[in-house]
Design a binder for this molecule. Structure first.
Ligand code: AMP
Length: 269
């Protein structure tokens, strides 16, 4: 695997097409690796990036303490035969014009008001610089991939945005670098976030949305979670469900022992 440490080095690479790009913030786990594996299986070459993007962290968030495990990440990518690893310089996020996305005034956008501006601003820079045939994202960050798809369509960028399934721990907890902040027992307990939204998806067949939300909220609160949001909305536009809705998103963000965890499930109608 070739490690690229500057934009100028990147510019001199002649990628074998079609090639796929997997942007990450490192501290790689099976969720990230599922994207790299998919890319290896479906494209001629794969470039992964590791960059802890300061623009997407709020003032009181964990930018400074975000887990960094570069040597281990390199080994994991080598094992998957990833072709390139891009490690942008620290000033990569400097002097950029901030891009304001659609769909950012709900869900995570409410409690993290500048988060998606930061994500989109950096993804736009990556896509214009690397110009991959495809860029891969996880459905764990449902709102993120929706925002990026919308932007890429609107700007007619030539990269296809591909979203891949959530990879979970044995307990059902969606894998996340932030799970490292929790003990093994806590992670086991947090598996009930997923059972809760699975039950909610089942209940939607027979109960009104309002009741489903109330029940799920009570369940999680009784299990020791602080709810940031728990929403049942149209998965295509993150708005209220209407008669036209053909895909429902059940999305949840909770805080458990100071750690913010997100998860979601899609119900096709
Ligand atoms: P991050 O390093 O958190 O920015 O994540 C990089 C990419 O990995 C994003 O597209 C995430 O949605 C994706 N990802 C993170 N966790 C998971 C997971 N548990 N399953 C699938 N994809 C994931």
């Amino acid at each position: 695997m070739q490690i690229i440490k500057s934009c100028s080095a990147l510019n001199s690479i002649n990628f074998q097409k079609p090639f796929a790009f997997v942007p990450t913030m490192g501290n790689l786990h099976e969720g990230h690796l599922s994207l790299v594996k998919f890319a290896k299986e479906n494209y001629s070459e794969v470039i992964t990036s590791i960059f802890v993007n300061p623009l997407q962290f709020g003032k009181n968030e964990d930018f400074a303490s975000y887990p960094k495990t570069l040597d281990k990440d390199i080994q994991l990518l080598e094992d998957l035969d990833c072709n390139y690893l891009f490690l942008p310089e620290p000033n990569f996020a400097e002097n950029l014009e901030v891009i304001k996305p659609n769909f950012s005034d709900v869900l995570c956008g409410l409690s993290r008001p500048t988060h998606f501006d930061g994500v989109l601003t950096i993804i736009d820079k990556f896509l214009r610089l690397i110009k991959p045939n495809a860029c891969l994202f996880g459905l764990k960050d449902y709102q993120q991939q929706l925002i990026i798809k919308d932007y890429v369509n609107k700007k007619k960028l030539r990269t296809e945005i591909i979203s891949l399934p959530i990879v979970r721990e044995n307990s059902g907890l969606a894998m996340s670098s932030r799970n490292n902040y929790l003990s093994k027992d806590d992670r086991e307990h947090c598996g009930i976030i997923y059972s809760c939204i699975q039950n909610a998806a089942e209940s939607l067949k027979t109960s009104p949305v309002k009741i489903v939300i109330e029940k799920a909220t009570d369940f999680l609160e009784n299990a020791g979670f602080e709810i940031d949001y728990l929403e049942v909305i149209d998965a295509n536009n993150l708005s209220l469900i209407t008669k036209k809705t053909n895909k429902i998103l059940i999305a949840v963000a909770v805080i458990y022992k100071k750690v913010r965890l997100i998860d979601n499930i899609i119900v096709s109608l």
